[in-house]
Design a protein around this ligand. Structure first.
Ligand SMILES: Cc1cc2nc3c(=O)[nH]c(=O)nc-3n(C[C@H](O)[C@H](O)[C@H](O)COP(=O)(O)OP(=O)(O)OC[C@H]3O[C@@H](n4cnc5c(N)ncnc54)[C@H](O)[C@@H]3O)c2cc1C
Length: 345
């Protein structure tokens, strides 16, 4: 399937009316049913993705019960209680769950997923991809991954083959386990609400894994996952020295996050955490500017939902121009420094 077919399908999908209006009515609500929304946290701070999870959870039509575990889970639960659409938050304050290791976290969620829980929902993040399959196995149900649209409480839309096709799936499981693509669901506002916060059950689950350490890339720039502007560099930059010399000033002038193609990451121009695409991050900023990136289908899978796509490439036939709203056929080593200077002014 060509990239243009892919885009046409995406465009059709994007212009569909909001589903929340059509499904949130009482016709889908079941008595005593509820949705368990699993929130992520780090060092006592609720992850912003909780707001996307709540948006999706609300579309299922039942009361939304948040769930969080970790050392400072009570404080995190109080933050989550402020999100509009959350009816209750259950927390388990125990340091053993701080890092979300699936071997202990999955049985904990299963223990707290009361009989009335019809849906369990989380982000399609590293955490969700880690915990949810194990939870699905424990509950003996089928996981529905990377959902981009909720058609009804049992029918979900998800991309397959790196976004080359869109599949609609229906589940008959009594508990439906869903991971969502955050960029497909807006942020449920936080601030005005005050949901009930209650302590959950904890049978002190122990896994056979031990958290050893994490190496985090620290940056003052906007976070690639949530930035409204992203500038991404590819193999066309030739080496790491050029990548830093060209892309960092451009990102600073635009207030943008930096991304990279897999070729750029594999060649050592940029950190792994900056990879955009099928095997990297999926982003959908207001503006995505690609520099020296050809536009392979695996790269498009990670950025094609961006609101405006701009591309600079010296090859007029590069596939990236098929998806770009704005394109510049030029030598990046000349065009980008000029653009950066103009942006600074
Ligand atoms: C299973 C699988 C998963 C993958 N996952 C990902 C993924 O997650 N993300 C990803 O990005 N890729 C992924 N890939 C790799 C993907 O297929 C491409 O190889 C990769 O995206 C190419 O990166 P690139 O565009 O930087 O390099 P290239 O394809 O080599 O393109 C470089 C571009 O730079 C342009 N250029 C060169 N010099 C200049 C200049 N001076 N001025 C302007 N333009 C210039 C060239 O015209 C060319 O279009 C995956 C591949 C596989 C098989």
């Amino acid at each position: 399937m060509s990239a243009s077919t892919l885009l046409r399908r995406t465009a059709l999908y994007a212009t569909r009316p909001s589903l929340s209006r059509t499904i949130a009515g009482p016709q889908f609500s079941q008595r005593l049913a509820s949705t368990l929304a699993i929130f992520e946290q780090r060092d006592g701070k609720l992850a912003p993705s909780a707001q996307n999870v709540v948006t999706a959870a609300k579309q299922l039509g039942n009361p939304v019960v948040g769930f969080v575990a970790g050392k400072s889970a009570k404080e995190v639960a109080e933050q989550a209680a402020n999100i509009e659409g959350v009816d209750k938050v259950v927390y388990v304050a125990n340091e053993a769950y701080e890092k979300g290791l699936p071997e202990s976290y999955a049985p904990l969620v299963a223990e707290n997923a009361a009989d009335d829980v019809t849906h369990i929902i989380s982000m399609h993040s590293a955490f969700g991809k880690n915990v949810m399959p194990r939870l699905a196995a424990l509950l003996d149900v089928q996981q529905i991954s990377d959902v981009v649209s909720i058609e009804s409480p049992d029918t979900f839309v998800r991309p397959i083959y790196a976004g080359n096709a869109i599949s609609t799936v229906q589940s008959r499981d009594t508990k439906k386990l869903i991971t969502i693509r955050g960029t497909a669901f807006g942020n449920s506002p936080a601030g005005g609400a005050a949901a009930e916060v209650v302590e959950g059950k904890d049978s002190k689950h122990e896994g056979n894994m031990e958290w050893v350490r994490e190496d985090l890339a620290v940056s003052d720039r906007p976070d690639l996952d949530t930035a409204s502007k992203v500038v991404s560099g590819g193999r066309g930059l030739k080496d790491k020295e050029n990548f830093d010399k060209i892309m960092i000033p451009l990102a600073d002038a635009m207030g943008a996050a930096i991304g990279a193609s897999r070729a750029a990451v594999d060649s050592g121009f940029a950190d792994n955490s900056l990879q955009v695409g099928q095997t990297g991050k999926v982003v959908a900023p207001e503006l995505y500017l690609s520099v020296g990136i050809s536009g392979a289908i695996q790269h498009l899978a990670g950025m094609k939902d961006s609101k405006v796509i701009a591309a600079i490439n010296k090859d007029a036939d590069a596939p990236i121009f098929q998806v770009a709203d704005v394109g510049l056929v030029a030598d990046l080593f000349k065009a980008v420094p000029e653009l950066t200077e103009k942006l600074k002014k």
